[in-house]
Design a protein around this ligand. Structure first.
Ligand SMILES: [Zn+2]
Ligand SMILES: [Zn+2]
Length: 509
């Protein structure tokens, strides 16, 4: 540079001013993407990318070939369930920070069980019933930060599940839409608007689920119609197709990626989860769902690109959690594990507390967020927790037990499992006693499930593709919590308020 003097130097500066490419080389901010496509595949283990790699021809192939592939992304929290994963996705927060400690928990202020998005002040739109909202999410999302900064355009979430549509989109989202298995309609909530937009009403008038009546896949056949069809549909490749058709319609109707601001479309494909629970990760069904969702992701990327323009889209793809093998499959491999009876634990806790302190109905509720004890005058709450914890500890295949008092005071083992419980614990919302099973042990008498801090539940894809992404395989240990701060950096907005992730700067152009 020092050799550049006189006229040539002036010319060089002029060139730098007029050429975006040169400006970028000189460290100025490159043009921002106009559309963020944020994809979750519900219950999609990382190994589905590698096991079926040769069969992918659509979006997964494209993101693997042209994008950044983080091969060691693991959730850091316990419980690894749908609501916790989806709330982490675009907030970067742990459940401890976001307050989303499970799909459901016991609300101590109203003494009732609530879901992560249940909101009695809202109504469903498109069907009868109480609506849902992101009000229980305590932190901001990427969409919220875009809106706050003034750079945000439309932010829209789509899924078959309410929580999977609502939580990634955030508080200031324009809309979230999900599928209602009772009515067969796509629905939203009065949280977002007083009435559904016309294009959504049009979709529902076309009875979007009905065209899949009687459809076959592998050796399964969908019911002929009505509620049985809508419920079965969700546990088939057609469930993802239903979500896809709605997401493509939203993209077009809302003209996402064509305005002066940055739009966000979040899409969560739910069918992989319903199918995985029923048949397990080693089944032909899980394989079929992986191969078919690859095509859908490919079509979604193509449509986004066609509308927003090549180079104007950034896409990210992850999963909210993985899944354990079916215990019976695992035993064939001479691997450990089995089925654990959660109800037996609750009954034992109840009778131990009654024996020690008298009273009745000690166990108010139990879910993945813990066992909740009713406060009773007969006992000091901390003492009651300890009695309950000792009962749980006495069951075979229980690996860790902590009381609310211990977790609130940070008294957890200084290892990875202790950290995962700490990250999943919110004092206002988590249970009185939290416990963790040994690896490969699951709750439930049939099928399989997820929720643990072990690799089969925590290791998920993290793929970035498009504007500002430097392609390649990245093998360092990362977490899905890193997605939100990375996107915030790319888009030049504030990092979401509860983010504990780091910016994946190694993949930034
Ligand atoms: Zn899920
Ligand atoms: Zn699930």
């Amino acid at each position: 540079m020092r050799a550049r003097t006189g006229l040539s130097g002036v010319l060089w500066i002029c060139l730098a001013l007029v050429s975006p490419a040169l400006a970028q080389q000189r460290g100025a901010a490159p043009a921002s993407p106009k559309l963020v496509v944020a994809i979750v595949i519900d219950q999609f283990r990382y190994d589905y990318l590698t096991r079926f790699r040769s069969e992918y021809t659509g979006g997964l192939k494209r993101m693997l070939d042209e994008g950044a592939n983080f091969t060691n992304a693991r959730y850091r929290h316990y419980q690894t369930v749908t609501a916790t994963g989806h709330s982490t996705f675009l907030s970067g927060a742990t459940p401890a920070m976001s307050g989303i400690v499970g799909n459901e928990w016991w609300d101590r202020t109203t003494s009732r069980a609530v879901t992560s998005v249940f909101d009695s002040t809202t109504r469903l739109l498109g069907a009868e019933g109480t609506g849902a909202s992101p009000r229980r999410l305590l932190q901001s999302t990427l969409g919220d930060e875009l809106k706050i900064s003034g750079k945000g355009g439309k932010v829209i979430g789509v899924s078959a599940k309410d929580r999977a549509a609502i939580l990634p989109a955030g508080h200031s989202a324009d809309a979230a839409y999900w599928f209602d298995g009772n009515s067969g309609n796509f629905v939203s909530s009065t949280y977002y608007f007083a009435a559904l937009p016309g294009w959504v009403t049009d979709v529902n008038q076309g009875r979007p689920g009905d065209k899949y009546a009687g459809q076959k896949w592998l050796d399964h056949k969908l019911p002929a119609g009505g509620k049985p069809l809508y419920n079965e549909l969700e546990a088939s490749p057609y469930g993802n197709d239903l979500i896809q058709q709605f997401a493509l319609r939203a993209l077009r109707a809302e003209k996402l990626g064509t305005g002066p601001k940055i739009d966000v479309l979040t899409v969560s494909y739910s069918a992989n989860d319903y199918v995985g629970h029923r048949y397990g990760p080693d089944s032909p069904e899980a394989h079929e769902l992986s191969v078919t969702v690859d095509k859908l992701v490919g079509d979604l990327l193509k449509a986004a690109e066609a509308q927003a323009g090549a180079g104007n889209v950034i896409a990210v793809l992850t999963a909210d959690h993985g899944v354990a093998p079916l215990p019976e499959e695992n035993q064939k491999r001479r691997m450990p594990g089995g089925r654990f009876d959660a109800k037996a634990v609750q009954a034992a806790v109840e009778s131990a507390l009654q024996a020690k302190f008298g009273g009745a109905h000690w166990v108010a509720y139990a879910s993945e967020a813990g066992i909740y004890l009713n406060p009773q005058t007969a006992a000091d709450p901390a003492e009651a927790e300890l009695v309950a914890a000792n009962v749980v500890r006495g069951f075979p295949h229980v690996s860790r037990v902590y009381t609310h008092t211990q977790l609130a005071g940070g008294q957890v083992a200084a290892d990875e499992l202790g950290a995962s419980l700490r990250d999943g614990f919110n004092p206002a919302r988590s249970g009185s006693v939290l416990f963790l099973l040994e690896p490969y042990w699951i709750f439930g008498a049939t099928g399989t499930s997820h929720g643990t801090p072990y690799g089969y539940d925590t290791h998920v894809p993290v793929l970035f593709w498009g504007a500002r992404v430097k392609p390649g395989g990245y093998h360092a240990n990362v977490a899905p919590n890193d997605i939100a701060p990375t996107l915030a950096t790319i888009l030049g907005v504030e990092t979401p308020s509860g983010s504990v992730g780091r910016v994946l700067s190694e993949m930034l152009k």
